[in-house]
Design a protein around this ligand. Structure first.
Ligand code: SF4
Length: 150
């Protein structure tokens, strides 16, 4: 389980603007491969973790559910961004086309707030998921008081 947690393979798919930040996390500046989770797979059958990045329209819900169902166990879900957490800016009385949270139909393990969350936040979310899987924190937490400002 330790080896699996330290090399999570996310499913390649994105739903809206948060997916751009997810893509950025794999590029040179943020370099997700430092944390072992950069091997985005083109097939759900090869994936460990689904990163729900973006707005889930009701029209897309069945496709997202099918992708999740096709992933082998054990598998995990990250809700990335306010839309995936709660519908974000599209959740208001009378709206009719947006799912108000991935956890209404998927077992979400980690929530990453933001509109959109930055790539660093996604990396932190993956570290949180690793900790949830293994019970241990692999990297130290950054304390706000030690962060460089400006
Ligand atoms: S949370 Fe914000 S950035 Fe992310 S998909 Fe929704 S509107 Fe776009």
């Amino acid at each position: 389980m330790l080896a699996r947690a330290n090399s999570l393979w996310p499913l390649t798919f994105g739903l809206a603007c948060c997916a751009i930040e997810m893509l950025s996390s794999g590029c040179a500046r943020f370099d997700l491969s430092r944390f072992g989770a950069e091997v985005f797979r083109p097939s759900p059958r090869q994936s460990d973790v689904m990163i729900v990045a973006g707005t889930i329209n009701k029209k897309m819900l069945p496709a997202v559910k099918i992708l999740y169902d096709q992933m082998p166990e054990p598998k995990w879900v990250i809700a990335m961004g306010n839309c995936a957490i709660s519908g974000g800016p599209f959740a208001y009385p009378g709206q009719y086309n947006v799912v108000e949270g991935a956890d209404t139909f998927l077992p979400v393990d980690v929530y990453i707030p933001g509109c959109p969350p930055r790539p660093e936040a996604l990396i932190e979310g993956l570290l949180e998921l690793e900790e949830k899987i293994t019970g241990k924190r692999r990297w130290p937490r950054v304390k706000p008081e030690t962060m460089v400002k400006g």
